[in-house]
Design a protein around this ligand. Structure first.
Ligand SMILES: [Zn+2]
Ligand SMILES: [Zn+2]
Length: 284
C-alpha cells in the first residue's frame, strides 16, 4: 500500500520525463498511494498529482495519435461501405437497369423500388433496414443531406445546387417548398446535436474531436456539400480553420465547440438559402 509510484511509470525517458520529475519534486511531500478508487479519499495524494502531470505532458501526442487512428479507421469504413453498396445494387423489376439499394425509384423508367434501404450515418445504404412507404418523404431529405439524388439514390458529384443527377436527370431541389422542407428537416436536428456537442465538449481528449465531427455531419454537411466553401466566403474559411484548431485544444474546445456549432450552422444555412433563392426552378 505504501509503495511509492514514481512518475517514471507513466512517462518515457527523455526531456518530457525530466520536465515532469522537476515539477513533481517541487510539490509538497505527501503520501504516495497506488492509484485506485480508495486513493481518491486520501488528502493531497501524490500519485494523482504525478499522474495528472504525466497526462498533461503526454496530451498533445495522445491527441495526434488518436486523431490519426480515428481518421484511418473512418477512411477504411468509408471505402468498405461504398464498395459494399456498389456490389449490392439491385435490378429494376420492369426495365432491368441497375439502381442503388437506397434509391426510391428506378433512374430509367421510374418504377418504385419495392424495398428502399435506409442510409447509415456516413450516407451509404444499409443492407437490411428497409424504409416503409410512410417514411419515403423523409427518406428523400435524408438522401439530399448526403448529396445523393432524392429520386434514384445516385451519389451527386458537384458541390453545387446547379446540377442534375447523372443517372436520372432530376434536379437537386424540386420547387420552393422543397427548399423549405429540406431546411426544416435539417433544423430538427439542432436541439439534440447542440446538447450532444455541449456534453461531448467536456470529455477530455476525444470530446472536442467527436463533437466537431458530429455537428459537421448533422448540421453543416447538408448545406456545405452543395457549395465550394473556399470560394464562397472568407468568414467560412476562418471558421473552418477554427474548428480544426479548437478540436485539438481541449480547454478552448469546451467553450469553443458549442459556439462554433451555432455560428457555423447559421452561416452555412444562410448561404444555402441564399443560393437556393437564386436557383431557377423553372428549368425543371
Ligand atoms: Zn426501371
Ligand atoms: Zn437520380
Amino acid at each position: 500500500m505504501k509503495e511509492p509510484i514514481p512518475i517514471q511509470q507513466w512517462l518515457p525517458a527523455g526531456p518530457l520525463r525530466d520536465m515532469g520529475e522537476k515539477y513533481v519534486s517541487q510539490l509538497p511531500d505527501v503520501a504516495q498511494n497506488p492509484i485506485g478508487p480508495e486513493s481518491l479519499m486520501h488528502q493531497s495524494d501524490h500519485s494523482w498529482s504525478e499522474y495528472l502531470v504525466a497526462y498533461s505532458l503526454l496530451y498533445p501526442g495522445v491527441v495526434i495519435i488518436l486523431a490519426l487512428l480515428g481518421g484511418l479507421g473512418l477512411g477504411a469504413f468509408f471505402i468498405f461501405c461504398r464498395r459494399r453498396e456498389y456490389s449490392h445494387r439491385i435490378f429494376c423489376s420492369k426495365c432491368g437497369s441497375m439502381m442503388y439499394p437506397c434509391g426510391l425509384h428506378c433512374p430509367e423508367c421510374g418504377t418504385s423500388n419495392p424495398s428502399p434501404r435506409a442510409l447509415n450515418w456516413i450516407g451509404y445504404s444499409r443492407l437490411r433496414t428497409v424504409v416503409p412507404p410512410s417514411g419515403w418523404k423523409r427518406h428523400e431529405e435524408v438522401l439530399r443531406s448526403y448529396r445523393r439524388c432524392f429520386y434514384c439514390g445516385q451519389p451527386l458529384r458537384e458541390p453545387s445546387l446547379d446540377q442534375r443527377c447523372p443517372a436520372c436527370g432530376k434536379a437537386v431541389l424540386q420547387g420552393e417548398q422543397s427548399v423549405d422542407r429540406y431546411d426544416a428537416y435539417i433544423g430538427r436536428r439542432r436541439g439534440w446535436t447542440f446538447a450532444a456537442v455541449v456534453v461531448l465538449g467536456v470529455v477530455p481528449i476525444l470530446g472536442p474531436l467527436l463533437a466537431s465531427s458530429l455537428y459537421r455531419r448533422t448540421l453543416i454537411n447538408p448545406y456545405s456539400l452543395y457549395m465550394t466553401v473556399y470560394r464562397e466566403s472568407f468568414l467560412m474559411v476562418v471558421l473552418f480553420l477554427c474548428r480544426h484548431l479548437f478540436r485539438l485544444l481541449p480547454f478552448i474546445g469546451i467553450i469553443g465547440m458549442p459556439v462554433l456549432c451555432v455560428t457555423e450552422y447559421h452561416l452555412y444555412r444562410r448561404m444555402f438559402l441564399w443560393k437556393a433563392e437564386k436557383y431557377d426552378f423553372r428549368g425543371e
